[in-house]
Ligand binder design. Structure first.
Ligand SMILES: [Zn+2]
Length: 151
């Protein structure tokens, strides 16, 4: 049994009747304590925001976070890929540069037309690789800037 309390409306001391109000998606279950004399609500217990609302809020937060992190994962993967491409092309370039220099060394005397041809081919290859490396580096820098601006 509840203790007797004084009603704020009719000022009688009484034991309130309980009126249960079922909760739903939006609100939690609450109990109205009603004065048996004047029928006014003396006070309420329970109530508040429903679990459904809280769960939807959490779900929305979770999914926005997932979308955001997926997007930045995707960007980072792309950036890594580009970084590897740059490193690979740098390697290739160095290899051909070495080849070119060693061929150049061998043709110093100018007596071998066959070697000279190879030198020219290596030089062309080095220039092409240099161009591709520049392009990859530019793309890498552009993407880095883009990601920085997004964050
Ligand atoms: Zn009352």
């Amino acid at each position: 049994m509840e203790d007797k309390i004084t009603c704020n409306h009719c000022h009688k001391s009484t034991t309130p009747r309980l009126w249960h109000i079922k909760g739903n998606f939006f609100t939690r279950k609450k109990i109205q304590h009603i004065c048996p004399f004047c029928g006014q609500t003396m006070y309420e217990s329970g109530g508040g925001v429903g679990a459904g609302i809280i769960l939807s809020g959490l779900a929305i937060l979770y999914f926005s976070f997932m979308i955001f992190s997926q997007e930045s994962n995707h960007e980072n993967a792309k950036l890594n890929e580009l970084q590897q491409k740059v490193a690979h092309q740098q390697n290739e370039l160095n290899k051909y540069k070495d080849l070119y220099l060693s061929l150049l060394e061998k043709t110093k005397d100018g007596k071998s037309p066959h070697l000279k041809k190879q030198v020219n081919a290596a030089q062309t290859r080095v220039e092409k690789l240099k161009k591709r490396l520049d392009e990859a580096q530019l793309e890498f820098e552009r993407l880095s800037r883009e990601i920085k601006n997004n964050n």
